[in-house]
Design a protein around this ligand. Structure first.
Ligand SMILES: [Zn+2]
Length: 290
């Protein structure tokens, strides 16, 4: 394992020594909250990189996101995701691959809705069967995954290989341009150390898309999990995490209403956060024409 001190997103002249900025950031997973990592911003493409080499298998052991269950919040968010997929091309007879599916919750939801869906996740034993990657699909989705890979371009190649001709790719990922390292504690979800290896800017992501000959259909500057239902919006959830100490695990634990009582703004976001989207999230929709 090597340190990431040279940008692997742009032309390689951006490196840690001439970084625009850098900061030591603690992990936002409870088990590792005393571990700190260096995040630096490339002077050319403004993407963010996690510098130190880490054995990710150690960190993914007991990963809190994999404790997710199909409760009210997730169902409401997934319904909204599905609406976005339908709006940009999903049809009932289509096959879907969720690449980086975690414990496969969204795949289960899609199956419940009558779709033919498959999932793959290298770090979840039940979903790590690589056979699903040897086929191609009408729709490939990848939510908050590309930023976890050591090489975003290689990952994009893998996604494209799984797409049929004319197939559509939905990618959700944080936008590095919207993250302020000076106030990193407010962006602990987007920085998510040490799991997020490279966080792209929108321009960098679109450049990578062009390199693998994908046609851009749409960019959306909010999460597909943003809804008008109370609690189910990223603005509320990320502020709730911030006010409870910046630990991601709290999202997947019993909701603590006492936190709301201390913050009128949080109560407001609980109901109206949809109208104040947390713009660190972007969704891009690409089509493969070949
Ligand atoms: Zn760069």
């Amino acid at each position: 394992m090597e340190e990431f001190d040279v940008c692997n997103i742009c032309d390689g002249s951006g490196h840690f020594e001439n970084a625009l900025e850098h900061k030591r950031i603690p992990s936002n997973v409870r088990k590792f909250k005393y571990h700190k990592f260096t995040v630096w911003r490339c002077k050319n493409c403004h993407s963010l990189h996690s510098k130190e080499a880490v054995d990710l298998a150690t960190y993914y052991n007991g990963y809190p996101i994999n404790n997710n269950r199909l409760g009210y919040v997730i169902r409401a968010g997934y319904s909204n995701r599905l609406k976005t997929l339908r709006k940009y091309g999903l049809r009932e007879n289509h096959t879907i691959l969720d690449f980086g599916c975690g414990n496969g919750l969204f795949v289960s939801f899609l199956k419940e809705q009558g779709y033919t869906a498959f999932g793959y996740d290298a770090f979840v034993e039940a979903c790590a069967d690589k056979d699903v990657l040897n086929r191609s699909y009408d729709i490939v989705v990848s939510y908050d995954v590309i930023e976890h890979f050591f090489s975003p371009l290689d990952f994009l190649h893998d996604l494209v290989k799984c797409l049929n001709k004319g197939g559509t790719l939905f990618l959700e990922t944080p936008d590095a341009e919207k993250i302020d390292l000076a106030e990193s504690e407010k962006f602990s979800m987007a920085l998510h150390q040490p799991f997020h290896r490279h966080i792209l800017t929108k321009k960098a992501l679109l450049d990578l898309g062009r390199q693998v000959d994908l046609k851009l259909l749409k960019t959306i500057n909010r999460s597909c999990m943003d809804t008008l239902y109370p609690i189910v919006n990223v603005r509320f959830l990320s502020d709730y995490v911030y006010q409870t100490g910046g630990i991601l695990d709290t999202v997947f634990e019993k909701f603590n209403p006492k936190v709301l009582l201390k913050s009128p703004l949080l109560i407001f976001y609980c109901f109206f956060g949809y109208f104040f989207p947390k713009s660190t999230t972007m969704v891009t929709v690409f089509r493969k024409d070949y």
